[in-house]
Ligand binder design. Structure first.
Ligand code: PEP
Ligand code: MG
Length: 572
């Protein structure tokens, strides 16, 4: 009998394949006295060799799939495993104290880690992190427990995990990873967003897939309805294969719209843009008929590595995106770190409420060198396309003014030095904090555009953590409170001759689209794979009709009323 697990549909599509558990094993070390120290040293040397071979393969693979910078992390790990300063004391400890290799490794490495961590030196702190990672790998081999190496997967699998960090997700190879499902997460958690940008089906927030699914078990991930089927029957496999084919057929229909404009049934045009995380994603944007990039989340450039990206590295990434988009608008968001996106190498203090803490523009205004480096890279790249810059997490007008002043200062310096900078860069903000949505009329006089970040705007307005399953019932995009804030922003923009876009996940949601169209949203930025379905949907909606419901919808009492109304009027 199969077992159906309900989760949250995070990325559309259906996949059927064997399960691959992404483990984070608990490594318990017990002290033992050994009689044959030579044999124990040999066992340790073998575990080191096995780890090195593994790391070599991972490094080679990472180099091919993810680029030289990501592969560098593994070079650093390999160096640790060849360092006699670490290896010799471990061997000596085994011989002198007759302890097992696990304990000798754990204690010696622990000593180095503490020593390096206490040094007031970034480089040494990074070495501590390398030693910690490598120790885990060697320990796992000594203890005979499996370590997951997702970047080495070489057959078709479905990843099963407790959670996936953005850097875990970045290691997955699209060729073999057919889908993933995680116990934790919601539609707007970053693993879900990454799944959509990788165009693989995903179901998140399943609560217990790790408990139920073993390695190698057949699994169906239905990213359309948010269901995971464990050990499907033959009938279920047939049914899901049919559903998969139907979905593929529908995708072919949508594909016919790839070069069409985004027009409503009464001939009104809107812009359908895409959210991207890396320059690699641009291919998917163009293949899905994106008319621009509405949100480039630059923080992925800073993640999954051990130090800040240089100005040159950033310049190359921004230039690549602008060039590939060939003059189409590209809205780049400056660094939005914090919340569920951590940068361990910044060594920021742990916070009680990271989502309400020292993050995004708050950090950039304080750590100005980080911010200025990014702005210089952006300004230098600006002459290669149609760049628009926006600042994340703006809560007050003063923050916007400060950020804009820094940008203009860097621009002036570059111009003085003879660098060509695009003169027409629009400067806007993300509206994701309620104070800013409420004050949109004031902001609209100074910003060039708004991009509404509903992923955060909803969590801050409803005081419901976007990652927390238990309060997900409060995470209500269609709550009239949210719709009124969105309306306020769009009205304020239009009264001041500015444009308003949306780059939160809501912009690609078929139930939200008719509402947002009626409220007058100018630009909808979504996962690339949502663009063609959205274009198809828009062709069947009259903007005039949608607009005629504006007041009625805004005066509704509950999210349920809104959804029922939209379903009835727009057939979604
Ligand atoms: C948002 O908050 O809506 C948004 C687009 O930003 P992120 O999901 O990266 O926080
Ligand atoms: Mg946000």
């Amino acid at each position: 009998m199969s077992n159906n697990i309900q989760g949250i549909a995070a990325s559309s599509g259906i996949a059927i394949a064997k399960a691959y558990r992404l483990e984070n094993p608990e490594l318990r070390v017990k002290k033992k006295t050994i009689d044959n120290a030579t044999a124990e040293v040999e066992r340790f040397v073998q575990a080191v060799e096995t780890s090195k071979n593994e790391l070599e393969k991972i490094k080679e693979h990472a180099h091919k799939e993810l680029g030289a910078d990501k592969a560098e992390i593994f070079s650093a790990h390999l160096l640790v495993l060849s360092d006699p300063e670490l290896l010799n004391p471990i061997k000596d400890k085994i011989k002198n104290e007759n302890v097992n290799a696990e304990v000798a490794l754990d204690e010696t490495a622990g000593m180095f880690i503490t020593m390096f961590e206490q040094m007031d030196n970034e480089y040494m702190k990074e070495r501590a992190a390398d030693i910690r990672d490598v120790t885990k790998r060697v320990l796992a081999h000594l203890l005979g427990v499996g370590v997951s190496n997702p970047s080495l997967i070489s057959e078709e699998v479905i990843i099963i995990a407790e959670d996936l960090t953005p850097s875990d997700t970045a290691q997955l190879n699209r060729q073999y990873v057919k889908a993933f499902t995680t116990d934790i997460g919601g539609r707007t958690s970053h693993s879900a967003i990454m799944a959509r940008s990788m165009e693989i089906p995903a179901v998140v927030g399943t609560k217990n897939v790790m408990e139920i699914i073993q390695n190698g078990t057949m699994v169906v991930v239905d990213g359309l309805d948010g269901v995971v089927i464990v050990d499907p029957t033959d009938e279920e496999i047939t049914a899901y294969t049919e559903k998969q084919q139907k979905h593929e057929g529908q995708k072919k229909e949508w594909a016919k719209l790839v070069n069409e404009k985004s027009l409503t049934s009464d001939g009104q045009e809107v812009e359908l843009a895409a959210n991207i995380g890396t320059p690699k994603d641009v291919k998917g944007v163009l293949a899905n008929g994106g008319e621009g990039v509405g949100l480039y989340r630059t923080e992925f450039l800073y993640m999954g590595r051990t130090e800040l990206p240089s100005e040159e590295e950033q310049y190359n990434a921004y230039k690549e995106v602008l060039e590939k988009m060939e003059g189409k608008p590209v809205v780049v968001r400056t660094l939005d770190i914090g919340g569920d996106k951590e940068l361990p190498y910044l060594n920021l203090p742990k916070e009680m409420n990271p989502f309400l803490g020292f993050r995004a523009i708050r950090l950039c205004l304080e750590e100005q060198e980080i911010f200025r480096t990014q702005l210089r890279a952006l300004l230098r790249a600006s002459s290669y396309g149609n760049l628009k810059v926006m600042f994340p997490m703006i809560a007050t007008l003063d923050e916007f003014r400060q950020a804009k002043a820094i940008l203009l200062e860097e621009k002036e310096k570059l111009v003085q030095a003879g660098t060509t900078v695009n003169e027409n860069i629009e400067i806007g903000i993300m509206v994701e904090i309620p104070s800013t949505a409420v004050m949109a009329d004031i902001f609209a006089k100074e910003v060039d555009f708004f991009s509404i970040g509903t992923n955060d705007l909803i969590q801050y307005t409803m005081a419901a953590d976007r990652m927390n399953e238990q309060v997900s019932y409060l995470y209500q995009p269609y709550n009239p409170a949210i719709l009124r804030l969105i309306d306020n922003v769009i009205q304020a923009a239009h009264k001041n001759g500015k444009w308003a876009g949306m780059c939160g996940e809501m912009a690609g949601d078929p139930i939200a689209i008719p509402i947002l169209l009626g409220l007058g949203l100018d630009e909808f930025s979504m996962s690339a794979t949502s663009i063609l379905p959205a274009r198809s949907q828009l062709r069947g909606i009259s903007k005039a009709e949608a607009a005629s419901y504006r007041e009625e919808i805004l005066s509704m009492s509950t999210a349920e009323d809104v959804v029922a109304f939209v379903k009835e009027k727009f057939n979604v």
